[in-house]
Ligand binder design. Sequence first.
Ligand SMILES: [Zn+2]
Length: 287
Amino acid sequence: MTHVFEKRRNRLRAMKELSESYLPPEQVITCPSCGQEVAREEVERALSVCPACGHHFPISGPARLRLVMDGAKYRELYRHVQAGNPLDFPGYDDKLRAAQEKTGLDEAVIVATGEIGGRRCVACVLDSRFMMGSMSAAVGEKLTLGIEYTVRRALPLIIFSASGGARMQEGILSLMQMAKTSAALAKLSQKGLLYISVLTDPTMGGVTASFASLGDVILAEPGALIGFAGPRVIEQTIGQSLPEGFQRAEFLMEHGFIDAIVPRSGLRDALAKLLMLHEGGTAWRKH
Ligand SMILES: [Zn+2]
């Protein structure tokens, strides 16, 4: 019985955290997608999803981990890795400090370990509140350390992406993280381990062009914008207007880029099922 209460308490706390960082403070929210006025409480209860049209509001990294992990519990790894200012880019130190204060995070990615559906895994989540989840050398290093940890312990890996792309203030050092993370994932693949990539709104630039697209299974949240360059940049470059819904998860699903669109309410179960299936012939013995 205590277990049930604890579960409910954790879930309520998770729902509150889900809404804290992104939803407007008003009690009635106008949905940016359907324009309907909806009660904040209802949106919170639906895991930061509009009850009228299913628009998925962004959620923070910690909220994402609480949402998918058993008992909303996880252990963070490699928290000490933080960005420097390798190019002495003016104002970058202040921006980093402001992002750290705003989010309570050291960098734009959280590497964690925990259980989903009773199965241990490593989960990395990019937090778009921290400089748009952009990829610094520290983000690349944390992801690589997380992947290497996964390989050493022969665990499955899940990466939740939400990123504007490269960290402009780190120039070429940011771009080098594309090769670094991809090389680490190649080792994971050679070992036959499972990597599930979950694309959330938005996943752009060098993140799409590297680890986010390398999943054995690629899932996306409904309506997520996924691409390399943004739609406006493409339109200006090619001088043509783009088709309706271009670069949205549904469009990419139709064109074979992603395997499934999973609403937030079903994400935990979908991940638990994939982890169970990947366990192969040993699963029936354990459960
Ligand atoms: Zn809506």
